[in-house]
Design a binder for this molecule. Structure first.
Ligand SMILES: *Cc1c(COP(=O)(O)O)cnc(C)c1O
Length: 405
């Protein structure tokens, strides 16, 4: 199937708008992606035509809503190749999923145990483990990276031991774009008996992780970074782990039987979905997955690689511009600075020209400390971005550089 970016752009109503008098150039896809019309329509359709609470009612509307929500779960299960639909837990997003796992592990971690996190984690993948270590007395170890933004696997071998209980790494770094070698990380952790959680928030708009093939213990992601709505995400956990964990929250939906003496919990996945879930979010998440598959992940990969190479090449023509994150295995994220100019000032000037980039530490302060910089400008591309937009970015950055130096 031919990849027609102009046709794809028509699926995204927001791409038609202007910002500060200029056509929007949206290059902040690592923060959140835009939503195609089919996803927006699915939200309106739910509230207009079959809004009801799920799992409870015998009435027809409730049945329709339940069917749509549960078929979205199955769609997501198939997409990620999880073994069972009940291993897919709907969360409010990646952060929620990580906190659920940290909480689940708190009963299985002790003073002697060690947890390994990588040096390129998002804050949401660092803080819950620090909290867990404080609570349990376990030790947090950091898997270092080199200047290219590549994890040092030789150091990983030294950090791993029988004491390691958990390893946490992001699949793709949101600040650097590095695609981490998670297959090897998972394989080596398992040899020592440690479990592995992969943060896939940044990955799932670009690649399809095969959960069974990876043999990963936990994988979390957010729908809003893959063309779906905010407030919904996925926690995948192997059945054996999810059964071992106590529930995360108490409430409705997650129980089997309640008396004042004792409550028994519902089976998976409902044990972890207390209260009324984000029903419309789950349904729209499923629609987003269908949409991405209709564009095609192979086509997305080829197109984005080309865009990344083009943008890298063009940006590096600007004198004094430095890119952070230069792994050969990377996705369409470019973090950069220009010598002597503050990232924030560049971001402000390009915004005046309708271009949305992110500036700052990107929720990954340890990475900025590593490079000894306060932050970067980050341009992150999606499959609906174009080379013309890259050229607009380069021209705007050049203009900012002239104004600021
Ligand atoms: C965005 C992101 C998160 C946090 O996701 P939320 O949707 O804000 O919970 C975590 N890790 C990475 C790598 C991210 O890019």
């Amino acid at each position: 199937m031919a990849f027609d970016v102009q046709k794809i752009r028509e699926d995204f109503p927001i791409l038609q708008r202007k910002v500060n008098g200029y056509p929007l150039v949206y290059l902040d896809n690592a923060a959140t992606t835009q939503k195609p019309q089919v996803v927006i329509d699915s939200i309106v359709d739910y509230y207009s035509n079959y809004n009801a609470n799920i799992h409870r009612g015998v009435h027809s509307l409730s049945q329709e809503a339940t069917d749509a929500f549960e078929s979205a779960r199955q769609k997501i299960q198939k997409h990620f190749n999880a073994k069972n639909p009940y291993e897919i837990i709907f969360t409010s997003g990646t952060t929620h999923g990580i906190n659920m796992i940290a909480s689940g592990f708190s009963g299985f971690i002790g003073k002697e145990d060690e947890i390994i996190v990588s040096a390129m984690e998002h804050h949401s993948n660092i803080v819950p483990w620090q909290m867990l270590c404080e609570k349990t007395g376990a030790t947090l170890k950091v898997l270092p990276m080199n200047k290219e933004g590549v994890l040092l696997l030789s150091e990983y071998d030294k950090l791993l031991s029988e004491k390691t209980k958990l390893v946490f790494v992001n699949h793709i770094s949101n600040a650097l774009g590095t695609i981490n070698p998670i297959e090897e990380i998972i394989f080596k952790a398992h040899k020592k008996g440690a479990a592995v959680l992969i943060d896939g928030a940044q990955a799932c708009a670009h690649i399809i992780p095969d959960l069974q093939k990876l043999d990963v213990d936990f994988y979390v992601t957010s729908a809003h970074k893959m063309c779906g709505p905010t407030g919904i995400g996925m926690l995948y956990g192997k059945e054996k782990w999810l059964n071992k964990f106590p529930p995360y929250q108490g409430g409705g939906e997650m129980i089997k039987e309640v008396t004042f003496k004792k409550t028994t919990y519902a089976d998976l996945p409902h044990k972890f979905e207390a209260g009324t879930p984000n029903i419309v979010g789950g349904i729209a998440f499923g629609v987003a997955v269908d949409y991405l598959n209709s564009v095609g992940f192979e086509a997305i990969k080829t197109y984005e690689e080309d865009l990344l190479n083009f943008a890298t090449h063009k940006l590096l023509e600007i004198e004094g511009l430095k890119i952070f994150g230069t792994s050969t295995e990377k996705t369409s994220v470019i973090s950069f600075n220009i010598k002597g100019i503050h990232a924030y000032d560049i971001g402000t000037i390009v915004d005046k020209l309708g271009i949305a980039v992110r500036t700052g530490h990107h929720c990954a302060q340890p990475i900025m400390d590593f490079y000894n910089i306060p932050g970067t400008v980050r341009a992150s591309f999606a499959f609906y971005n174009t080379k013309e937009e890259v050229i607009k970015l380069v021209e705007a950055v050049e203009k900012a550089k002239m104004m600021l130096s």
